[in-house]
Design a protein around this ligand. Structure first.
Ligand code: SAH
Length: 401
């Protein structure tokens, strides 16, 4: 267990040259296939990492089951892991101070990108939502250090843990239910970009907001106008932002519970007399776009924010076909001068894959796209340049001719 073992007693994991090269290039993962020896190392342990000759490479958390066997936490020896955790949590909070504004909801800790692999913490007003994704972060003393430090620094009313059963299975961790870790409060409202949203930490198909889109909401609102369509609207993140600038807004999603929250969110925000209500449509986006684009539905602004189509590298081609179909149909429906806001949150679809797909869709739709903004995830979801996996969200804003 990674609770401050004496330095000398840390077990050593030896990595193959390919793993060592990866670490020397600034990455923080070593795959199981690049492990030479990890004899007797307990799952979730803090370990010393060395190359195959025994040259030290730093300190890591070891997983006994994940394909990612090693997640580096330091180039140096680590004597007191809980102390390092506390310091890193403080660092993550300080990092955001100059970067995050005009919101009560944001990501406080983003795993590797905050040098805390396997830990995600989101803040929704005075509720913290915690996700533990690795064996190393799941150990009781580690959990206690995390909760204590978050409490001391952010004074939340409560901390709620959200559990992804699939992740626990992959990490061979015992099943655990989502629930309160501390305090009693599980729901609240929060303001983001001056718009109010409901947050329920335990209810719903997927709780929480898509905080990574926070800055893209504001950017989209800057260009949006006329009649707008928000496809894959979930709880209305884009639609609510568009409603302040558009004459009519329609949100589409296949999830009724998401649309119910979207409608409640709309009701939370007072409208002036000239501001439209938002129409919510429960539908399969592919069917609806097919229907609408072949009839005479036309829009001035369309947002496409589908779920990740490529969960693995193998899905790339199928994913690109899915994105192309959506974008092609959206392009057909946009009036000249219209605005397309199109997103992909699939890490396996690179920015260049995405732009190439979009250029192809424009050609097929006989439209010309001019790039207004090429955007990514909000700054509270930092990207480590040497760890490409930390960059996953693409958001293109373009003008259509
Ligand atoms: N734009 C949203 C996030 C979208 S997440 C925001 O900013 O908050 C993706 C959404 O797509 C989910 O709400 C999910 O219910 C919805 N979805 C998934 N498959 C769908 C489909 N085939 N048709 C319509 N909606 C779908």
């Amino acid at each position: 267990m990674p609770n401050a073992p004496a330095l000398a007693s840390l077990p050593t994991v030896k990595v193959a040259p390919r793993g060592a090269t990866r670490l020397k290039a600034g990455h923080v993962w070593v795959y199981r296939s690049d492990i030479v020896s990890a004899d007797g190392v307990l799952p979730g342990s803090l370990v010393r990492v060395s190359d195959h000759r025994g040259k030290p490479l730093g300190t890591a958390l070891y997983s006994g089951s994940s394909q990612i066997a090693i997640r580096m936490i330091s180039h140096d020896p680590v004597a007191d892991f809980p102390a390092l955790l506390r310091q890193r949590i403080g660092g993550a909070i300080a990092y955001r101070e100059p970067l995050v504004s005009n919101t009560e909801a944001y990501r406080v800790i983003f795993s590797e990108a905050d040098f805390l692999p396997g830990l995600i913490v989101d803040r929704y007003g005075d509720i913290l939502s915690l996700q533990i994704l690795t064996q190393g972060m799941d150990a009781d003393p580690v959990r206690q250090a995390i909760t204590a430090e978050l409490t001391a620094r952010l004074h939340p009313a409560s901390i709620v843990e959200r559990v992804d059963p699939r992740v626990r299975e992959l990490e061979t961790l015992p099943p655990r239910a989502s629930g309160l870790v501390q305090g009693e409060k599980t729901s609240t409202t929060f303001t983001m970009n001056s718009i109010r949203f409901h947050f329920d930490a335990l209810e719903g198909q997927k709780t929480g907001a898509f905080l990574d889109q926070r800055e893209n909401y504001a950017a989209a609102a800057q260009y949006a106008r006329g009649e707008a369509l928000d496809v894959f609207c979930y709880q209305g993140g884009f639609a609510l932002h568009l409603a302040r600038h558009c004459s009519h807004v329609t949100g589409v999603d296949s999830s009724r519970p998401a649309l119910e929250v979207a409608d409640q969110n709309a009701a939370l925000n007072p409208r002036d007399a000239n501001q439209p209500g938002i129409e919510w449509i429960e539908a399969n986006a592919f069917d609806l776009l097919k229907d609408y684009s072949s009839s005479d539905h036309r829009y001035d602004t369309i947002v496409l924010d589908p779920p990740a189509f490529a969960k693995t590298k193998r899905d790339l081609d199928a994913a690109l076909r899915g994105y192309k179909e959506l974008n092609l149909r959206a392009l057909k429906m946009l009036r000249p001068g219209g605005i397309l806001v199109t997103c992909s949150c699939s890490y396996h679809v690179s920015q260049s894959n995405f732009l190439e797909m979009l250029a192809g869709a424009a050609l097929d739709a006989h439209r010309t796209l001019r790039l207004i903004e090429l955007r990514g995830q909000a700054k509270d979801h930092p990207v480590l340049l040497n760890v490409p996996e930390t960059a996953y969200l693409k958001c293109v804003i373009a003008s259509v001719r």
